[in-house]
Design a protein around this ligand. Structure first.
Ligand SMILES: C[S@@+](CC[C@H](N)C(=O)[O-])C[C@H]1O[C@@H](n2cnc3c(N)ncnc32)[C@H](O)[C@@H]1O
Length: 321
């Protein structure tokens, strides 16, 4: 499907994907407007509940139509419609695998209720017996390894829980923030989903590409991408974002730096996932050893990485934690 591959397309995802004759997508990540009054430039984010639910069914159906038989489908959604999405998935014949809570560590301040600080991510597959799941790419060191020195610990680490609490919301002041879009998913959250549920060279679709985060993560992980948005403005800006990113990767990979762009991304991702301050990791032979081991497992190649180089790379993130 050359028309869609490595493209950011301006249009309505329901029309574009509903017309597809042959499924060609390996992984869908969808973060639709939540119907909570966000100020998008073209889409009006307050519609009657009934209309929103019917629209949700339409776009979910269009995505499922384009998804290959072994494909996976992740949907980010707010409290008000999470249950509807779960049921609509079933209605469309999808198999539910996880109901993930992304706890984004701090919410917007409120006076009359508890501050909302989470989003639901519903994870479906098209065929419950046939799907990609690269567990090695997302495992993290376990408490048995980190704290208890327990010999029973699996040396490959443990699977993360279904409550994700190490990925902060992308606030206005963050370096990662694309200021021209009102809401943006963190790249580390997308890299977790893409690395576990797709393989290199496969095609990742985001039908509501917004600021382009899904495509940016897919490029860095060596996947193909397709992004759709109804706003020509967001599409133009996303194309620029991706062009700049591709140039940065080319520069990094052509430089004499020890780690290439992919390795740098994976070190950053593991650091975020482990949530331990750089100072603490670098001061402990055991922690640095576990970090290096997990990084090697995630890279899944035959390269031997030097712990000293990893410790130096980690210094880049000292200001974060
Ligand atoms: C919540 S935002 C997505 C943000 C994105 N995940 C990111 O990280 O930047 C939803 C996006 O859906 C777009 N949109 C709304 N209706 C659409 C439709 N029918 N087809 C394609 N895009 C649409 C909006 O313009 C908006 O950019």
């Amino acid at each position: 499907m050359l028309k869609f591959t490595d493209k950011i397309i301006c249009g309505d995802c329901i029309e574009l994907l509903g017309a597809v004759k042959e499924p060609f997508i390996d992984l869908v990540f969808a973060d639709p407007p939540f119907n909570i009054g966000y100020a998008y430039d073209k889409y009006k984010d307050t519609v009657k509940s009934k209309k929103y639910i019917a629209w949700t069914k339409d776009w979910m159906g269009a995505c499922a139509n384009a998804l290959k038989p072994g494909g996976s489908f992740y949907i980010a959604i707010g409290d008000d419609y999470a249950a509807h999405v779960r049921l609509l998935g079933e209605e469309l014949g999808l198999a539910a695998r996880n109901w993930i809570i992304w706890h984004y560590t701090f919410g917007q301040q409120t006076k009359t209720m508890f501050a909302r600080a989470h989003t639901h991510i519903l994870y479906f597959v098209k065929d419950k017996d046939n799907f990609t799941y690269n567990d090695h790419a997302v495992r993290v060191p376990s408490d048995r390894q980190l704290t208890y020195n327990d010999k029973r610990a699996d040396p490959r680490g443990k699977m993360p829980d279904d409550v994700w609490n190490t990925y902060s919301r992308v606030c206005g002041t963050f370096f990662e923030r694309q200021k021209w879009h009102p809401c943006q998913m963190p790249e580390s959250l997308l890299t977790r989903i893409i690395s576990v549920s797709s393989n290199a060279g496969e095609l990742v679709l985001d039908p509501f590409i917004g600021s382009g985060t899904t495509a940016a993560a897919a490029i860095q992980l060596g996947r193909k991408y397709c992004g759709i948005d109804i706003s020509d403005n967001y599409v133009d800006n996303t194309r620029t974002r991706l062009r700049n990113l591709k140039n940065e990767i080319r520069k990094k990979d052509g430089s004499s730096d020890i780690f290439n762009a992919r390795e740098t991304l994976e070190i950053k991702r593991l650091f975020v996932d482990m949530s331990i301050p750089v100072k603490e990791i670098n001061a402990s032979k055991k922690l640095l050893g576990l970090f290096a081991q997990q990084f090697g497992l995630r890279m899944n190649n035959d390269k031997a990485y030097d712990q000293k180089d990893i410790a130096t790379e980690l210094l880049e993130y000292s200001a974060w934690r």
